[in-house]
Write a protein that binds this ligand. Sequence first.
Ligand code: PEP
Ligand code: MG
Length: 315
Amino acid sequence: ARATATSAPLTPGALADGTKIPLLANLGKPAGAAEAVELGAEGVGLFRTEFLFLSSTNAPTVDQQTKAYTELLAAFPGQKVVVRALDAGADKPLAFLNDAHEENPALGLRGIRSLRASEDILREQLTALQQADKATEADLWVMAPMVGTVEETEYFTTLCREYGIKTAGVMVEVPSAALMADKVLAIADFASIGTNDLTQYTMAADRLLGSVSSFQDPWHPAVLQLIGMTGAAGKAQGKPVGICGEAAADPLLAVVLVGLGATSLSMAPTALADVRATLLTHTIKDAERIAAAALAADDAASARAAAQAAADDTA
Ligand code: PEP
Ligand code: MG
């Protein structure tokens, strides 16, 4: 069902020069779809599937999963919906999948690594996604979390093709994947940058640990450089590079991300309006200049200040 806008019409995400930047929703449950549509989401850029698995001591059945994915996809006819394969481990350990005794779970068997160790779970998930795809009209994209190597990219995309998934990609949230982005994107159909984990791993600071929380800032030029490398690789290979970490919800940073080559932005639906409004005030040339100012800074705070000054220059 389509919700109707209550006040101003919700235009698709675009820059001042008309460059389209689709604005998508991050969702954790199918029930969030209606609100996302109402707030103008043009699709889903990150559907976290962990909720299906977290409450149980066993993996959900294929039927249970098919029902949930069908409910999600049915809310977005004709639109893109990016579903992430289960990202278990670290902050989201599963009793039936993860070893609770890892000393450094963020560096352990998580994401695609744990799926490979229990491939039957991944196969069941792909089976359910394929069935939901057949039953609905959405444009289903599927991606793997925590991919760090070209070989993992090959593994995941090959398996997706086996299940008839037409668009298979990877999340870029481990620095090695960003550094290898040209090779990763020669294989994957798309990349989606998870700025939360990419920042955690670039800065070597646990994103859940309060004592190092000042390092968890995606404005850091080291993080921006890795995003820029991935964006450039996407452009060279003609492949989309989205952003689905929290960074996309910060309107000024959203402009920087587009300047670094992001082709779509996905965020909590409540952040869509502010990002949409800010994008409309800059051209792609502006965004590239603002991004260059941020990249040249020494630290996160000065990157933000430099971007703001460059943005004020435009206005
Ligand atoms: C991220 O790491 O930026 C991301 C989007 O994934 P999650 O927050 O679920 O780890
Ligand atoms: Mg992540």
